[in-house]
Design a protein. Structure first.
Ligand SMILES: Nc1ncnc2c1ncn2[C@@H]1O[C@H](COP(=O)(O)OP(=O)(O)OP(=O)(O)O)[C@@H](O)[C@H]1O
Ligand SMILES: [Mg+2]
Length: 1007
């Protein structure tokens, strides 16, 4: 990466703003558009001054080439700059830079971002610095950085702009020639156009209207931009009067009406063509009289259809060559580079420039660089290059750009245009390196262009497969289909040999992509087959064996579940070391044991063996590409289901942060949200669970319809909604999504979908359907040997579904669930199984089951399950006439249910109390709600001890004391002054507790 050197800001020098030397022209026939733009700017500034924030707009200016878009934009820009406090950012697309990733956004944002104070810069960047920084050319990717997900870059940019806009508001962002924007910039700009409405930002985009001026991949963005525009202006041709005025301003009043009319029709009211034709008329000294109308047409052909011959005649060979070099560089053309690319002497270049300026081809910008007078001239010159010259000159350009220290990223767009078929190793090396650099700034498409070109070079036989492998990996985050094909090719012996280490990696990657697109069986087999071939690479072999176990485990069903589990157990026992691969196998085994409902202590022992002082070991991190995120996920799931939820949450929080920092915004982040949602759900924090799960679902839907992730999220969301008492909403969500058999074709849904579906049917009182669904679910799970009653609580719910018709069979299932739960052995599993059994029992028997359930659940982190058991125990006690006890459990249940946001359960408990003449609320002695630590601070505070001393005395931090005091005051319904009375304690003189007195109190006497 060092080669990139000072080329980080290539192509975005200070003269890039296109304001260059262009003289201000009087704009004709554009009053309406100018007024509209002025109104938009005024409105933005006014509303912002009045405190408005969600005031953004999108103004578009479109039309044919040369119709006057850029000229109009200049006026808008000038007007905006005159406004007090407004920030104006500008960028333009370039026909030659259309494949240069982030070319437009770098121009647009670099000045604003580099202008920030360091502190402000950090705030604006937030956690996104390592994502947005490299993409925007503000910093080098960190050593050892991973490829960036382009969606992550877009999300990061969203964040950055949301931070930046209010700080620089009102903000006007102007982009000219949007049709030539690189796709990376364009896709963000269109996405941002929606968000800009909620910010003090006016976006102004100018572009050509004709679809053919847009790259095919950009056309959808064209449509979106038009749809989102709040002010849309398609520029019309100039009127006869205006063109006549332009002619007469140049040639004087002698220009005859008939001549002007002919002139106007010839140029069709197009100002660019008018200016060009006028030049010709002047150069040819043509009299502007009616008789010359015919000649006018001939001149127009010359003015427009500039062929190689016309340019040669006009400029001469060596000047034209210099112009070609400039055309190759596009915009913001460095003279030294153009000189070297055209292979001219400094003096020759000076002459060429002089000539080109005289001929109104080039102009100089304030930063000393060159610019085409108009992009149409640049295009015309570029297009006259004979093919061989063009490919050759691109090669020279690539070399010279690198020599100038501008780096491979900048050089690579030329490299890909060079002539292939030479088989030059150096070119291949450079292209591969450029590809790697592109991946680090979140531009996989550009990386792929480099690698495709490298393949065409072609590479030497012995590295061809390696290039294919790199090509496959480059599309990992964006194009699974392409990845599969390229990796299969890389592994195909006919394509040449692949280094053994890479073979293992290519196989693993291939299996990963297959798995992520639901082809889990194929994924497992690919690994199995390759592992069988490996002889002298035990680590590689183990990696692929482990991967095949992993993919089988994620399958919806498998041929020989118990057999696989046994083989995994044997593999596990054979491990001697604690390398990453060994630990990976342990993690799989921990998860396998969990699913099988084997004793929790065994699963946890394996899981704890995977971690290193409670954290993921090196090589098994969330963003680690050797193993992928499935592995830490399995570990986190193991903790979630074995009642060590806090540990799971720590892992999942790391996942969210790490994916964010790495910019992996797609399925990865979505899955991390799902996992966190699941953990929160298991813990009974239902509102938070719902929020995480909805976010996961949204992210999944953004990527594609009905991915496995969406299935996972919907399943747990349904469960969460049921727990919150929103049964109809759960039902509706399940139906809308299609959450019912046969579920996802190939991938297992986490947690067990059939059990969840059956549970939903029970909640809807559709007992027959539930019975059928759960019986089938049970049969399949038994065959697979999976008996975890929390993961798949089919038996307990089946008991409820059939209790009415087949009480004996129901009891058998309920007891089976309890047996399985006891084998597994976690408090939450046993407690829940007992509670479910109680639902089909009456009287004293139900009371006893629920008492035991409450005892177990009280020792588990499963808050919501505990709350349900408390409420049900209360109800059961009421049914056997023990009203006092009933009341106590119901109150406890309500408190816990409130804490869980289980509104339905709160209502149920209140109804239970009210219906039987009990008070629906504790006539609270709030003192019972104080925790011990809260009591400790409360007692001291009531005696007038100031917070700092309380902290010292109790040996805790002041912040914590203050937080506990706040809770005490809230629960007591009283501030410091009434606290002693509220607590029923003797009071003390209180002056010293007021914060303002504290400073004086520091040296005060000890009480
Ligand atoms: N309203 C106008 N009145 C007079 N002259 C104009 C007007 N608009 C543009 N011109 C002149 O026409 C020429 C072309 O205009 P401009 O560059 O703005 O066109 P454009 O639409 O941006 O073209 P392109 O699509 O190629 O970028 C300029 O030289 C400018 O001076
Ligand atoms: Mg223009």
């Amino acid at each position: 990466m060092t080669e990139q050197g000072n080329g980080l800001r290539a192509g975005t020098g200070p003269g890039r703003d296109g304001e260059g030397a262009a003289p201000r022209v009087r704009l004709r026939d554009r009053d309406a558009e100018l007024r509209s733009a002025e109104t938009a700017v005024d409105k933005l500034c006014r509303e912002f001054a009045a405190g408005g924030t969600e005031i953004g707009e999108l103004l578009t200016i479109s039309g044919r080439p040369g119709i006057g878009k850029t000229s109009l934009l200049h006026e808008v820009r000038r007007t905006a700059k005159l406004r007090d406090g407004a920030t104006v950012l500008f960028a333009r697309g370039g026909e030659q830079q259309v494949k240069e990733p982030y070319h437009v956004l770098r121009q647009l944002l670099q000045p604003a971002l580099t202008g920030l104070e360091p502190g402000e810069f950090r705030q604006v960047m937030g956690t996104w610095e390592e994502v947005v920084g490299p993409a925007m050319g503000l910093k080098q990717p960190k050593a050892g950085a991973r490829r960036l997900d382009p969606q992550g870059v877009r999300d990061g940019l969203d964040y950055v702009l949301t931070q930046l806009a209010p700080r620089r508001a009102p903000l006007v962002m102007i982009v000219d020639d949007l049709h030539w924007s690189d796709l990376e910039s364009l896709s963000w700009l269109t996405q941002f156009a929606v968000r800009a409405r909620e910010l003090p930002v006016l976006l102004v985009f100018a572009f050509r209207e004709d679809e053919n001026d847009w790259q095919s991949e950009a056309r959808q963005h064209h449509g979106t931009v038009l749809k989102l525009a709040t002010r849309k202006h398609e520029l019309n041709r100039l009127s006869l009067g205006s063109v006549t005025d332009i002619i007469r301003a140049e040639l004087g009043d002698k220009a005859e009406d008939a001549f002007c009319y002919e002139f106007w029709t010839v140029v069709n009211g197009n100002p660019y063509e008018a200016v060009a034709l006028l030049d010709q008329v002047r150069d040819q000294d043509l009299d502007p009289v009616e008789e010359n109308s015919v000649q006018l047409r001939e001149l127009a052909v010359d003015a427009n259809g500039m062929t190689l011959k016309t340019w040669l005649d006009r400029l001469g060979a060596s000047t034209l060559r210099f112009a070609w070099a400039c055309a190759m560089l596009g915009t913001d053309i460095r003279i030294d580079l153009a000189t070297r690319i055209s292979t001219q002497s400094a003096e020759g270049a000076r002459d060429s420039i002089k000539q080109l300026r005289k001929q109104r081809v080039l102009t100089q910008t304030p930063n000393g660089n060159l610019e085409f007078v108009h992009p149409l001239i640049g295009s015309s010159i570029y297009n006259t290059m004979p093919e061989a010259t063009r490919t050759g000159m691109h090669g020279v350009a690539a070399a010279e750009i690198e020599n100038a220290g501008l780096g491979l990223l900048a050089a690579s767009r030329h490299l890909v245009e060079t002539f292939s078929g030479e088989g030059d190793d150096r070119t291949v090396r450079k292209l591969r390196k450029a590809a790697a650099e592109h991946l680090l700034i979140g531009a996989p498409e550009a990386a792929q262009r480099c690698l495709h070109r490298a393949l065409n070079e072609p590479p030497a036989d012995d590295i061809r497969a390696e290039v294919l492998y790199e090509l496959g990996c480059s599309a990992l985050l964006t194009d699974p289909g392409a990845t599969v094909n390229q990796l299969k090719l890389a592994l195909d012996p006919d394509e040449g040999p692949l280094r053994p280490a890479l073979r293992v990696d290519a196989t693993f990657r291939l299996s990963e992509v297959l798995a992520h697109s639901g082809e889990l069986r194929e994924a497992a087999l690919v690994c199995q087959r390759e592992a069988a071939e490996i002889e002298d690479d035990p680590a590689g072999k183990l990696r692929l064996q482990a991967a095949s176990f992993m993919w089988h485990a994620f399958r919806k069903s498998e041929e020989d579940g118990p057999g696989r589990s046994q083989r995994l157990g044997e593999l596990c026992d054979s491990l001697t070391g604690r390398e990453a691969a060994d630990r990976a196998v342990l993690a799989m085994r921990a998860w396998d044991l969990t699913l099988r409902g084997e004793p929790t202590t065994d699963a946890l022992a394996y899981a704890d063996d995977v971690l290193e002082s409670g954290r993921l070991p090196k090589g098994l991190g969330w963003t680690d590409s050797t193993w992928g995120f499935e592995l830490p996920s399995m570990l986190g799931l193991t903790y979630t289901y074995n009642d060590r939820i806090a540990q799971a949450e720590r892992l999942f929080a790391d996942a969210i942060i790490q994916f964010e920092v790495a910019g992996w915004s797609g399925a990865h982040r979505g899955f991390a949200y799902f996992l966190m949602g699941l953990a929160r759900f298991r813990r009974g924090l239902l509102a938070e669970a719902e929020d995480f799960l909805r976010r996961a679902l949204r992210l999944s839907e953004r990527i594609g319809p009905k991915l496995p992730l969406a299935w996972d999220a919907v399943g747990v969301l349904v469960d969460t909604l049921l727990a919150r008492g929103r049964v109809d909403e759960a039902w509706e969500l399940a139906n809308r999504f299609g959450f019912h058999p046969p579920y996802h074709d190939t991938a297992m849904v986490l947690p067990d979908a059939p059990s969840l579906y059956g549970k939903l049917l029970v909640a809807k009182k559709r007992y027959a359907g539930a019975a059928a669904a759960l019986t089938e679910a049970g049969a399949q799970l038994e065959a697979r040997g999976w008996r975890n009653t929390v993961w798949a609580p089919w038996a307990g719910h089946l008991a409820i579904a059939i209790a009415q018709d087949e009480p004996d069979r129901a009891r058998e299932y309920a007891q089976k669930a309890i047996r399985d739960a006891r084998t597994f052995g976690t408090a939450s599993a046993i407690g829940t199984a007992l509670r479910l059994h109680a639902e089909i029992e009456d009287g004293q028997q139900a009371v006893e089951l629920l008492q035991e359930a409450v005892r177990y659940l009280g020792q588990s982190p499963a808050g919501y399950e505990h709350a349900v058991a408390l409420v049900e125990l209360g109800a059961a006690l009421r049914r056997v006439g023990r009203l006092d006890d009933a009341q106590e459990y119901l109150y406890q249940g309500i408190e816990l249910a409130q804490h869980c946001s289980a509104e339905g359960l709160v209502d149920q408990a209140r109804r239970e109390l009210a219906n039987y003449g009990l008070r629906p609320n504790r006539l609270g002695d709030f003192r019972e709600t104080l925790s011990q630590p809260e009591w400790d601070v409360a007692k001291l505070a009531a005696r007038g001890v100031p917070p700092q001393r309380i902290a010292d005395e109790l040996g805790v931090q002041l912040g914590l004391v203050n937080r506990r005091l706040a809770a005490v005051y809230r629960k007591a319904g009283s501030g410091p002054d009434g606290l002693a009375t509220a607590l029923g304690l003797p009071g003390q003189p209180r002056e010293a507790t007021r914060p303002s007195d504290e400073a004086d109190d520091v040296d005060g006497a000890e009480e």
